[in-house]
Design a binder for this molecule. Sequence first.
Ligand code: UDP
Ligand code: MG
Length: 243
Amino acid sequence: MNGPTHSRPGISLVIPVYNERDNLALLHAELTGTMRSVGDTYEILFVNDGSNDGSARVLRDLRAADAHVRVLTFARNAGQSAAMDAGFKSAAGEVVVTLDADLQNDPADIPRLLEALRGWDAVVGVRQKRRDSLVRRVSSRVANYVRNRLSDETITDTGCSLKAFRKAALSRLVLYDGMHRFLPTLLKMAGCRVQEISVGHRPRRHGTSKYGIGNRLLPSFMDLLAVRWMKRRKLRYEVKDDI
Ligand code: UDP
Ligand code: MG
């Protein structure tokens, strides 16, 4: 059941990778341990988003050593939303689990996430004890508050990448740059049922965060206005008669 998957795997783990060389082998080992205990077939789909730190070589080695591993490689850096979109489209599993490549998400949470997906279209993580700097924790709290207020939403921690989805639900989405932060809202707009569960969080030990106030605050605020607009202008009509 857990051997290399020649037929369609049940679960696709989709992992965007941008300069995460020293995290990848550790992540692969942790994921393998977890997925063996899950007892469903799986693939680990790394999307290399134009890394230039040697991540490509590590991914090639992982691919050569483990038939569960697949690697999509972008010609150049295209952003986390693009990497996730490519992963979603290429994922063979009926269930897609997303997580970061930097080991901040804990693979040990995946079984609970899959359990919680029963009867739902998506399950999104809420990081219980954020292991980021104070500035990051405060700015993310403010961002979540503003996001929820302006888009009439109730998602606690949209920045948590650890999420599980039904592939059929993801197929309804058309993503734009920056939209990886709004997946729960976009799914709800598409009529999907989304629930939250608490998950762990760990400090980044290798490599650096790709985001800071400078490249996150203004772009994600503009994205929020776009989502607010989309939500307000969503077509709402009821066909009363069709003769
Ligand atoms: N990432 C990516 N492309 C980018 C930026 C980030 O694929 O242009 C990946 C990154 O390698 C990581 C995840 O997206 O796996 C989240 O990035 P990061 O950990 O830097 O974000 P943070 O946790 O600091 O918010
Ligand atoms: Mg991170």
